[in-house]
Design a protein around this ligand. Structure first.
Ligand code: AMP
Length: 205
């Protein structure tokens, strides 16, 4: 039985992915949420879980060092890797990718947009025919709009509480986001039986 490596990022995706795996009787030897380890054995055949930062998942899959990844559609849209196949929309960690700003802001030419997604932001504004400049930030995008460091932000929204508590609102929706299961193209050829068996197992609910 060949080993399979599955990358998952810590946070909402990890929390919901562990619930999904547990529902299908797949559990880690130690909970990744209670340990600083980065590689975890599971009770399912030769499946190992690797803890990776969300934006690094596409790179690990592209390289083939890790076979499978559970990754947000936002991260896939932002990355420019293509050495993978999409396997399943796991419908976990769902949220919305939006443009947001202070009340009554509209999309206008040459807006400055703060985001951790510079590529998809440029593509979205280009598709609307609205030129913009992008300011790459690494956290708390909302603050950039509140302090007028930017005219608007592109960020994930779940309950909308963070926007509301900071006096911001959605300007427009870019996409609905969920986490997807992806696989490195060569891994899928070499470990097809193991991977298909794993997909069947986690799809059986
Ligand atoms: P909320 O207040 O529930 O709308 O959550 C908004 C905050 O949570 C923002 O800072 C987002 O970047 C972050 N967030 C929302 N949904 C997700 C998700 N699925 N994965 C990671 N971060 C998220």
């Amino acid at each position: 039985m060949k080993k399979i490596f599955l990358a998952i990022s810590k946070g909402r995706i990890m929390d919901e992915a562990l619930i999904l795996l547990k529902k299908n009787n797949i559990e880690c030897d130690i909970s990744p949420n209670k340990s600083r380890k980065l590689i975890f054995k599971t009770n399912y055949e030769n499946l190992n879980i690797i803890v990776v930062r969300a934006s690094d998942v596409p790179m690990y899959i592209e390289s083939g060092k890790v076979d499978l990844g559970i990754v947000g559609k936002d991260t896939l849209l932002e990355s420019n890797v293509d050495n993978y196949f999409f396997l399943r929309d796991l419908k976990i960690a769902s949220c919305k990718l939006v443009v947001a700003g202070k009340k009554n802001k509209k999309l206008v030419s040459n807006m400055k947009i703060a985001t951790k997604y510079p590529n998809l932001t440029q593509e979205f504004f280009l598709s609307k025919g609205i030129p913009c400049s992008v300011l790459k930030l690494y956290g708390s995008m909302e603050l950039a709009a509140v302090l007028n460091l930017s005219d608007a932000i592109v960020d994930l929204v779940d309950t909308g509480k963070t926007l509301k508590e900071n006096g911001l609102e959605k300007i427009c929706l870019i996409d609905n986001i969920t986490s997807h299961l992806i696989v490195n193209k060569s891994s899928y050829k070499i470990k097809k039986n193991e991977i298909n068996k794993f997909i069947t197992r986690i799809s059986a609910q």
